[in-house]
Design a protein around this ligand. Structure first.
Ligand code: SF4
Length: 161
């Protein structure tokens, strides 16, 4: 079953997506992951996070579904995740716009990005989700391709050492 995180990883790195989906989980205590965990815990304590049919939403108002990220390092992947949430909700009869808030490390500022999807875009994304499911059915992950983000990835040693 797809999740927002799987869709995010598929945009970020297809190998990471496959490894994560197949439960090849490696402990990552990097600074980025630690900050992510703290943010997650704070949201949980504030009781803003809403879980619904396998998707976890950071905040839902009458107008927006808001996803909060610790940085805008991969904006495309974060937006793909938010699109997935909007489409799952829409299929349940709940129509919202998307709002992505990216917090800046050690700062008070944040960048905000908003998102609406046309019917045509929704159909395109649904076709893409079917292709992701087919990709995840494959027996092995794609080969690693070194990129800048790899140094911060939990799978770095698994892929390259
Ligand atoms: S280390 Fe790089 S290639 Fe390997 S899973 Fe992470 S992002 Fe992908």
């Amino acid at each position: 079953m797809l999740t927002g995180t799987v869709v995010n990883y598929h945009t970020h790195c297809k190998r990471q997506c496959w490894l994560f989906y197949h439960h090849i989980n490696l402990e990552d205590n990097s600074e980025d992951v630690r900050i992510g965990r703290i943010l997650h815990e704070l949201k949980r304590q504030e009781k803003e996070e809403i879980a619904l049919d396998g998707i976890k939403l950071d905040r839902v108002t009458g107008e927006y579904v808001t996803e909060i990220k610790k940085s805008d390092a991969d904006l495309a992947a974060a937006m793909a995740q938010l699109e997935y949430y909007l489409i799952v909700l829409r299929d349940k009869g709940i129509e919202r716009k998307g709002r992505l808030e990216c917090l800046e490390k050690n700062r008070q500022s944040k960048s905000v990005h908003t998102l609406t999807l046309t019917d045509e875009q929704i159909e395109e994304r649904k076709a893409q989700y079917r292709r992701i499911e087919e990709f995840l059915d494959s027996d092995s992950p794609p080969a690693p391709v070194l990129k800048r983000a790899c140094k911060k990835c939990a799978y770095y040693e698994y892929c390259f050492v």
